[in-house]
Design a protein around this ligand. Structure first.
Ligand SMILES: [Fe+2]
Length: 301
């Protein structure tokens, strides 16, 4: 685990490894109370971090496993309140719901359930509170602004500190891989709107879940993430124009290329996520493509 002190209030924490969706980077905020956001350092390190830091609250940006599984052992290792995004409550409290709204539609329920439960330790959350953009963390961190930034997930949230101009952007896709929308409940248009919303803030430093710290050329990072989506769309259009079919396009890769050498079940998972991402692009292309909805992105570079 690596700790980076950002201000006297905010510490950025990164796990040693982010392999197989087991962890993500997060922040520890010391304000009126001590709040952990997305501090999933993996199953070995998170309990110790909770015991050492004794947070008052444990917050997640969205329900995806790499961000949320640690909420299950918060109660065993601390007295922290667990706070989850209101609209994603059913994903976090019902195994049937999360499977039906993730791998279910792709015929991968059994393999995914095994991974989610046995490898990643999913258990339905029972003790928690819900937050939403409207309900601020007044008692915990009054200076922090919650921003709903959906698209990557139905109710993904980012956290903004206007006084310091610092943004914790969670999983909106500011890393070198670009935005991810590999479930049916993802939404490309909402995701682009969210990125544009964050781009509209005055930000001097961005802390991300999977792409480290962004200090320079922040606006470029936002543009690049949107351009990732645009380039994927253009690639799909070119391949469709050439007469390639859906199966071959997915095999060549929408987000994940070189899937051949990956071992199971991950190979099937990657294929499932690329299928979902293709489906999102296909639907958008039928509506006229990304530029039809966001003409302003043509001028971004
Ligand atoms: Fe995610």
């Amino acid at each position: 685990m690596k700790r980076t002190v950002i201000t006297n209030k905010i510490t950025y924490v990164e796990p040693d490894s982010m392999a197989h969706f087991s962890s993500c980077a997060g922040i520890i905020v010391q304000s009126n109370e001590k709040v952990f956001i997305d501090t999933n350092m993996g199953s070995e390190e998170t309990p110790g971090l909770l015991e050492l830091e004794k947070p008052d609250a444990a917050v997640i940006t969205h329900y995806h496993l790499d961000h949320s599984v640690w909420t299950r052992y918060v109660a065993d290792h601390s007295n922290a309140r667990v706070l989850i995004p209101k609209k994603e409550e059913p994903y976090l409290t019902s195994l049937d719901f999360i499977i039906a709204h993730t791998a279910g539609p792709f015929g991968m329920s059994d393999q995914w359930t095994d991974f989610v439960v046995n490898q990643r330790g999913y258990r339905p959350l029972t003790i928690y509170e819900c937050y939403s953009e409207k309900a601020s963390f007044q008692d915990l961190v009054p200076e922090m602004v919650i921003l709903e930034t959906p698209g990557h997930s139905p109710s993904h949230s980012s956290f903004y500190f206007p006084d310091e101009k610092i943004l914790f952007s969670g999983d909106v896709g500011l890393d070198r891989f670009g935005p991810w929308y590999g479930w049916a409940d993802c939404d490309i248009k909402a995701l682009v709107e969210s990125i544009l919303r964050l781009d509209g803030l005055e930000v001097g430093l961005v802390l991300t879940s999977h792409g480290g710290i962004i200090k320079k050329e922040i606006q470029k990072a936002f543009f690049n993430s949107i351009h990732h989506i645009l380039r994927r769309e253009e690639k799909i259009v070119r391949r469709l124009d050439k007469g390639m079919n859906k199966k071959d396009i997915i095999e060549q890769g929408v987000f994940y290329s070189d899937k051949e050498k990956i071992r199971e079940p991950f190979k099937s998972f990657l294929n499932m996520w690329d299928t979902a991402m293709f489906n999102h692009h296909e639907a958008l292309i039928k509506e006229g493509g990304l530029m039809a909805f966001f003409p302003e992105i043509s001028g971004m570079s």
